[in-house]
Design a protein around this ligand. Structure first.
Ligand code: KG4
Ligand code: ZN
Length: 351
């Protein structure tokens, strides 16, 4: 998307940064990226800590914070070098970092590092909401988006249906009342002995299973746009306990079928309810192959384009943080250096 196509206003006193360094450390990925003009990705480096956490079956906050500290300098230098910039005095116009939601210790590493770099280079600093970062991912890969969009944001901690009228302009349509979709994937995978992270493992195994082998509950919650996945998770656990001989592939495929059908049904309903002109996926679970296929199918049925960010842009990365940071620097100006990490930050909704 070019600057002129952005639908929001540009208030007086805003900044006009070109190159923004994005930093993401909210969970178990240490990431840095250089993005030019809010959409041209010059570099995107993601150092995953998955191996460090896998033996514990989930992210261990203390280990994550320490690993971020150890990886930070190297990841930043690599992002600058790949972008063709001198790591000692790069031509950077702003530094953006995730300040929430996420693990507080992990967030603090990226946030403090970003502030220090902004001060050293004498450029503005801006804090970015991680969830909003995910919503910017499609803007990095699509030249033109048809607004308003219905965005399904499905990650390890959130499941949200959002009407996006443009960058910075969001309306909450629905959300999960209990587990997030990614959380359900991770918990079920652990129960099936598939390890951590569970989403990619179930996605892989499900390919050779029968999605109709088990009829797991698909909580539709009436006509609303909210979700619930805890009953589904419990049902899988009960089925495994009752049928220890059941094939893991069939269980994974049937679980995935139930999750995806609910996500797809609610997304379709949301597009119809708001008269959206496009349908978009964001967040780690958006990397799921069945969800991507079904999204493309329902978008075609509804006659609207489906925007599916590449898998690398769906899962946590810093390019999306740089893009959101660029936009906020332009439209709202820098954040104060006193900005604190906010582990429970939610998306800002305009109405
Ligand atoms: O957005 P993300 O990278 O981190 C958070 O902000 O939470 O999302 C991580 C979540 C995890 O629950 C992971 O299991 C899930 O995304 N995930 C997937 C797939 N790849 C990652 N879930 C289903 N299928 C996948 N292919
Ligand atoms: Zn995320």
């Amino acid at each position: 998307m070019t600057e002129s196509e952005m639908p929001s206003s540009d208030p007086a006193g805003s900044h006009h940064p070109r190159a923004v360094l994005g930093i993401e450390t909210s969970c178990d990925e240490t990431a840095a990226a250089v993005v030019i003009g809010g959409s041209e990705v010059r570099s995107s480096v993601v150092s995953s800590q998955v191996d460090l956490h896998a033996k514990y079956g989930g992210v261990v906050p203390e280990i994550a914070s320490r690993a971020h500290v150890e990886l930070f300098t190297q990841v930043i230098s690599e992002a600058l070098e790949v972008a063709g910039l001198d790591p000692r005095s790069p031509e950077i116009d702003g530094v953006a970092a995730t300040y929430g939601p996420g693990l507080v210790g992990a967030l603090l590493v990226g946030l403090s590092g970003a502030k220090a770099l902004a001060m050293t280079w004498d450029v503005p600093f801006v804090g970015v909401n991680h969830l909003e970062g995910h919503l910017f991912a499609p803007l990095l890969e699509e030249d033109e988006l048809a607004w308003p969009l219905v965005m399904l944001l499905v990650s390890g901690g959130h499941t949200l249906l959002v009407e996006m009228k443009g960058p910075g302009c969001y309306r909450l349509l629905g959300q999960t009342l209990d587990d997030a979709a990614g959380e359900a994937y991770d918990k079920v995978a652990r129960y099936l002995g598939l390890g951590y992270p569970g989403g990619p493992a179930i996605d892989r195994v499900a390919v050779s299973g029968n999605p109709l082998a088990f009829k797991f509950p698909q909580a539709k919650l009436g006509d609303g746009l909210d979700f619930s996945f805890s009953g589904l998770k419990t049902s899988v656990v009960r089925t495994v306990d009752r049928h220890p001989e059941a094939s893991t592939e069939d269980l994974a495929a049937s679980f995935q079928h139930a999750v995806v059908e609910v996500l797809v049904a609610k997304s379709r309903r949301a597009v119809e309810a708001v008269g959206a002109r496009g349908l978009c996926l964001a967040g780690g679970v958006a990397a799921n192959s069945l969800l991507r296929r079904r999204f493309t199918e329902i978008a075609a049925e509804l006659g609207v384009p489906a925007y599916l960010p590449s898998r690398a842009m769906c899962t946590d990365n810093a390019a999306m943080v740089a893009a959101a940071g660029w936009w906020h620097l332009r439209h709202d100006g820098p954040s104060p250096l006193s900005l604190a990490a906010d582990p429970t930050l939610f998306l800002p909704f305009s109405d």
